[in-house]
Design a protein around this ligand. Structure first.
Ligand code: NAP
Length: 276
């Protein structure tokens, strides 16, 4: 088993994830895994970084596929005995003008952004080593969507005692409510992406709390963040930040020094903790 430190970035064959891998290859003192659901796209991205003189490693990972997540988990356990840095970056968004029925958009978006990210956390968080760093890429849209929820939902999502199970029930209810056409009546905002990212931010708050409770003294820091508005296939060419600029806050959180005891359980944008 190797003593080398190891970092993993989900959904990193392009966009912000690729830029996070690029920055980690330059700054992280260990192995950096570029992961992709499609090995061909992943290898092409590895070659792109190799041409820049960097040396990322590759592992397949589809966050929608539990077997794929568990294969990565087993690989990391066997080769490194754990994991030092996990960046949950993989995500999807329907385009604004997409005509796919809203209920389908809700189901598909929640499946990857919330349930897939949660499955990665369930399988990989137990592997995180002392002084490990976990970064869940959420979005400012999670904050604006929270503001458009009913008072009751806002109370649940801001609660310091909400459990992961309760969060899963709420995310499941959102998808069911969209199928019944009652999501707005039930206090949900009209954005599947926004609700999925509420899920990512609240999940991060819960997981940070659990780490503090169950693994005190291990100095693990886990946060959610927004990369900003970034020129990628998701956000389009009019966005204000380059992918490398979008990677700055996630990379800052991934590389918080061993002496840091904060931020933890926070929502961070532009390297600044934001109120939730
Ligand atoms: P992007 O260019 O569309 O890249 C998304 C990445 O996620 C791709 O590598 C994609 O792989 C991967 N992915 C999607 N579903 C996956 C799955 N099931 N398993 C593994 N990988 C999967 O988007 P981006 O702008 O870089 O977004 C990265 C993250 O930042 C997302 O979580 C997004 O919500 C968040 N974000 C972006 C912005 C922005 O302005 N761009 C703002 C706020 C937050 P494929 O190539 O195989 O599709």
């Amino acid at each position: 088993m190797s003593n080398t430190q190891v970092a993993v970035v989900t959904g990193s064959n392009k966009g912000i994830g690729l830029a996070i891998v690029r920055a980690l290859c330059k700054q992280f003192p260990g192995d950096v895994y570029l992961t992709s659901r499609d090995p061909g796209r992943g290898q092409a991205a590895v070659e792109q970084l190799q041409q820049e003189g960097l040396k990322p490693l590759f592992h397949q990972l589809d966050i929608d596929d539990l077997q794929s997540i568990r294969a990565l988990r087993d690989f990391l356990k066997e080769k490194y005995g754990g994991l030092n840095v996990l960046v949950n970056n993989a995500g999807i968004a329907f385009k604004v003008h997409d005509t796919t029925p809203f209920a389908t958009q809700a189901e598909v978006t929640l499946k990857t952004n919330f349930f897939g990210t949660r499955n990665v956390c369930t399988e990989l968080l137990p592997l995180i080593k002392p002084y490990g760093r976990v970064v869940n890429v959420s979005s400012m849209v999670s904050s604006s969507a929270l503001g458009s929820c009913s008072q009751q939902l806002q109370q649940h999502f801001r609660s310091d005692t909400i459990t992961e199970q309760q969060l899963v029930q709420l995310m499941t209810k959102f998808v069911e409510d969209t199928k019944k056409g009652v999501h707005q009546q039930e206090g949900w905002p009209n954005t599947a992406y926004g609700v999925s990212k509420i899920g990512v931010t609240v999940l991060s708050r819960i997981q940070a709390r659990l780490l503090s409770q169950h693994r005190p003294g291990e100095h693990i820091l886990l946060n959610a963040c927004c990369p900003g508005w970034v020129r990628t296939d998701m956000a389009g060419p009019k966005a204000t930040k380059s992918p490398d600029e979008g990677a700055e806050t996630p990379v800052y959180l991934a590389l918080l020094p061993p002496s840091a005891d904060s931020p933890h359980g926070q929502f961070v944008s532009n390297k600044t903790v934001r109120a939730w």
